[in-house]
Design a protein around this ligand. Structure first.
Ligand SMILES: [Fe+2]
Length: 243
């Protein structure tokens, strides 16, 4: 499996706070059957340092990959970010300051959780106008989607792909998010499931249980599409055909 949303890079946001915690997160991910993680530190998020990708992130990424090699942990970490939408983001994407997922055409974007539906749809449209492909992080956590899951369908119509959090399937973000996630899975609206992990054990990178749940409740093929196939296309920067 390939985890496209994970705060595994240390000391750069509210995720892992040191290298040894990142290595522990990697161990948990490998136990879960994960082979690759895209590190997605917050970028442009209010309340968190403005931490757009720079050379220090490349150095932190190399340091982590070297530590994993040294400890013989079979996991590769790739560059990325979780970008909080503001109109300035379009320029940051152009200059490369806002890192896309593994430097591909896909970028992970998040919006204010409490925005009205029309605001989110307008922002989806602007994000898609970048010429790159927005992947909306955890749409099931947005109030507008919880009120009407068709909002998620409309986000896709604007040109976005949708990434659910594995924890949402088990109620980690409340019943509203859990119900919305299940509705999206039932309607095959989701394109990815990822951990959005922030530490080894709480909001963890363990996603095998979610893969098993989706396989049992929906289908093995859909589960593999969400956890492996589509994330693999992102890593390889190949086109995703969404439904
Ligand atoms: Fe995140």
């Amino acid at each position: 499996m390939i985890d496209i949303h994970c705060h595994i890079l240390s000391g750069v946001d509210d995720g892992s706070y040191c290298l040894s915690e990142s290595v522990e997160m990697a161990r948990v991910a490998v136990e879960s059957g994960t082979t690759d993680i895209i590190a997605t530190p917050h970028t442009n998020a209010p309340g968190i340092d403005l931490n757009a990708w720079d050379d220090s992130f490349d150095a932190a990424l190399s340091e982590l990959n070297s530590a994993l090699e040294k400890d013989r942990i079979p996991l590769k970490i790739h560059p990325g970010s979780e970008i909080y939408f503001t109109p300035g983001v379009l320029q940051m994407l152009k200059t490369g300051e806002a890192m896309t997922l593994n430097r591909s055409r896909y970028f992970l974007i998040e919006f204010d959780f409490y925005s009205r539906e029309q605001t989110i749809l307008d922002q989806c449209e602007m994000a898609a106008s970048s010429g790159l492909v927005p992947v909306v992080a955890h749409p099931e956590r947005y109030a507008a989607v919880q009120e009407d899951v068709q909002t998620a369908y409309r986000m896709k119509r604007m040109g976005c792909l949708l990434q659910l959090n594995s924890g949402s399937l088990f109620g980690a973000f409340g019943r509203g998010a859990q119900a919305a996630a299940n509705e999206m899975l039932g309607d095959t609206l989701a394109d990815f499931i990822a951990s959005d992990a922030h530490s080894p054990y709480m909001r963890s990178p363990f996603i095998a249980d979610a893969h098993e749940m989706v396989s049992d409740v929906y289908s093995i093929d859909y589960s593999d599409l969400l956890f492996s196939w589509n994330p693999g296309l992102v890593l390889a920067d190949k086109e995703i055909v969404s439904y």
